[in-house]
Write a protein that binds this ligand. Sequence first.
Ligand code: FEO
Length: 386
Amino acid sequence: MKVTNNVYNVGVNDRDTTIFEGQYSVRSGMAYNSYLAVDEKVAVFDTVAEGFGDEWIENIKSVLGERAPDYLIVLHMEPDHSANILKFTEIFPEAKIVSSAKSFAMMRGFFGNDFSDRQVVVGENSTLSLGERNITFLTAPMVHWPEVLVAYDGTDKILFSADGFGKFGTSDADEEWEEEARRYYIGIVGKYGTQVLNLLKKVAGLDIQIICSLHGPVLKENISHYIELYKTWASYTPEYDGTVIAYASVYSNTAKAAHTLAQILKDGGERVELFDLTTCDIHNAAAHAFAGSKLVLTSITYNADIFPAMRAFIDALVERGYQNRKVAFIENGSWAPMAAKVMRARLEGAKNIAFAENGVKITSAMSAESEAQIKALADELMKNNS
Ligand code: FEO
């Protein structure tokens, strides 16, 4: 697939996988992109995941014919991109490998070989000339591994962004970019907001017309929209003012409280999203929790703790740097309710959380008293709405 006249995507689409990296459900597969820049010299950017090496090599050969690549540029060493480095070196024995010193150390770990006879080590602002085309490298430490590089091609004004600006789904998936890119970003990169902001500062002065990510589609239009969204996500800023309600209920009494609150809020004009944590994708709920400005955690008390799905959800938030939000609690307990206390304690690692003054305590089933508490909580959540 052509990106520009002399740049191609020679990556592959995994249409069969339903789980990425052992925990993220994907409904439309996954793309492992690899790019090919053809000039006086030929460079391949990154390899593809295990099991797709033959298809990838065929894609390279279908563009190059008998010509062989001169360079394999390795921007990221996670195996969804690096699994075929060894295969590449065997098929193209003359090609050099261009990467960071940290990547070469990782190659020794992954392959027992750091390819010292064919290394080209690059770092911050290193350049590689392919002829007409010059590639400039920038380091992107912890976005989201330590060895990561991004590369800028000043000829076609392409940012090769490694995992950055990636999404779940094949490169041709017909779906909204924002939804699956947010879920990908929050899930996989979310913890490293500071490092992402540092990278965005580094590339701010570049004229970027095209973003070539290792996952998802090539982005060619409205580049500033994607960059602004990344700034929002990386700075842990809510995308909208509204409430996400996540609940864990077993016999529906707790669910009823969550739905009652949602209805009152909606009737009051509040934007609301509701997630049943016992049935939904926890990582989807977490990504949406990062989008909203307020969160209501609603759980039964279970084994003197909280329901496991709620525990997993809160952990997913805290692990990814959840912060700068308002949080409220609805708890249920038939004899010793303690879910609110446990949920609050599990959020201890989350920075800058404003806890709501109002909470809701249900003793088995909703009552006039708990309904009044829900109303008071709704009023508090909508207090600053215009
Ligand atoms: Fe797509 Fe961090 O690998």
